[in-house]
Design a protein around this ligand. Structure first.
Ligand SMILES: *[C@@H]1O[C@H](CO)[C@@H](O)[C@H](O)[C@H]1NC(C)=O
Ligand SMILES: *[C@@H]1O[C@H](CO)[C@@H](O)[C@H](O)[C@H]1NC(C)=O
Ligand SMILES: *[C@@H]1O[C@H](CO)[C@@H](O)[C@H](O)[C@H]1NC(C)=O
Ligand SMILES: *[C@@H]1O[C@H](CO)[C@@H](O)[C@H](O)[C@H]1NC(C)=O
Length: 383
């Protein structure tokens, strides 16, 4: 009973730990880049999550001003087209890049008209890259390995590029100046067409901007199909960097705890069943039999036992039957193969065959039953 309880406790601890790890892996906090015109669906299982939290860094000026977290009872249709222009004139320093990040839903189209000028009249080409992801990471070093790249081209003079996206994700447009010495000025006119979620059916609206103290939490009812949509407007920003928001999930702890308890119980039951079916030497005489010290009736060995032998119980009332080969003693609990034919000193338990017992003594181990340290192992000769 005690062993079962402690087994259950360790199984429960294991299950709790595993569920925490799973939860953190699956519903951990993530930082999202929210570009202009973002409409991003946030889904979480209402069984495991009781709230979707969005927070913006209070430190960043004016960020989150046009950010809204919508809560909807069901996933809304992605069917509100929107299109806006962005005009930029940027100087790209030598061997450096500029980038703009957007969250685009599938079916979106990016168009960019460029006009590259160099100060000294000599044309220096720029590299324009459109790629999935939120940031330009040493792209120039290995463009061929970046399979997230949708488009890249060396450009100079005037021209237009266009790219459609199939997958709702973050994308960036970057312009890279590959020249080591000359800055290059580029005039860019973006035209971005994307689809937004129709959030007119939202039952929750919260702007995590300064008015909302930087934090919004949308509570998910248990077993509901609710989703959240994080959206931002697309008015011109001076700062071209995408703003970052933190998205986190509030775990439904009850589910984790109850689930862990149930799982631990199931595992324990499974363990007990397996133990019953395939446990060590089940053919043997059972637990009570195995635990009985064997020494009590072996007078002839007494001389070699030493003083510690006296600590072993000497009741000698009813255990006179020899416990050896094939006589109800069962097999060796270690190899489950050979019969028990030895006993340990000083504890007097008989649990293993002589070979296994000798090995335990060699390895300085303890008795498999009482854990007492073994000094000697003696062979039993059944007659
Ligand atoms: C492409 O990128 C994905 C991850 O985005 C990666 O799993 C896959 O192995 C990559 N394929 C190649 C050929 O590099
Ligand atoms: C390139 O476009 C700019 C405006 O974007 C225009 O002023 C310029 O004349 C154009 N240059 C050529 C060679 O077409
Ligand atoms: C987009 O989808 C089309 C087919 O619908 C496919 O041919 C094309 O390769 C896809 N593009 C990307 C970037 O996945
Ligand atoms: C959004 O959905 C509502 C109904 O839920 C509909 O009345 C409205 O026209 C939709 N808006 C757009 C732009 O499709």
């Amino acid at each position: 009973m005690e062993a079962t309880a402690s087994r259950f406790v360790s199984l429960l601890a294991l299950c709790l730990l595993a569920s925490m790890a799973l939860m953190l892996g699956y519903y951990g906090t993530v930082e999202l880049a929210v570009g202009p015109g973002c409409s991003r669906l946030v889904q979480a299982s209402s069984v495991f999550v009781q709230g979707i939290k969005v927070s913006v860094d209070a430190g960043s000026q004016g960020s989150g001003g046009d950010l809204v977290l919508h809560g909807l009872p069901v996933a809304p249709p992605l069917d509100v087209p929107t299109e806006w222009p962005e005009a930029r004139r940027v100087v790209v320093p030598a061997n450096s890049h500029r980038q703009w990040t957007y969250f685009l839903n599938k079916g979106a189209r990016l168009q960019a008209a460029y006009s590259v000028k160099s100060e000294d009249g000599v044309p220096h080409p720029l590299c324009i890259i459109i790629a999935q992801g939120e940031s330009f990471m040493r792209w120039a070093e290995m463009p061929s390995l970046q399979n997230s790249t949708l488009f890249w081209r060396l450009v100079q003079g005037n021209g237009t590029i266009e790219q459609t996206v199939n997958l709702s994700s973050e994308y960036y447009i970057a312009v890279r100046n590959l020249n080591d010495h000359h800055d290059t000025t580029v005039q860019l006119e973006f035209r971005i067409r994307t689809l937004l979620y129709n959030t007119s059916g939202a039952d929750y609206r919260c702007s995590p901007g300064p008015a909302g103290h930087g934090l919004c939490t949308y509570r998910l009812p248990f077993l509901g199909r609710n989703v959240a949509v994080l959206s931002s407007g697309h008015e011109e920003r001076l700062n071209s960097d995408a703003q970052h928001v933190k998205l986190s999930y509030k775990p439904r702890w009850t589910v984790y705890v109850v689930g862990s308890v149930v799982l631990a119980l199931v595992l324990l039951l499974l363990y007990e069943i397996l133990d019953l079916l395939f446990g060590p030497c089940t053919g043997g005489g059972g637990g009570a039999d195995r635990r009985r010290p064997l020494l009590a009736d072996k007078e002839d060995d007494a001389a070699s036992l030493g003083s510690s032998y006296d600590s072993v119980s000497h009741d000698g009332s009813d255990d006179r039957e020899p416990e050896g080969r094939g006589e109800g003693g069962g097999g060796c609990v270690l190899c489950c193969d050979a019969p028990k034919d030895c006993f340990f000193l000083p504890c007097g338990h008989s649990a293993t065959c002589y070979a296994c017992g000798a090995r335990i003594v060699e390895e300085n181990g303890g008795c498999p039953f009482c854990r007492r340290k073994l000094k000697k192992v003696r062979r039993i000769f059944a007659v």
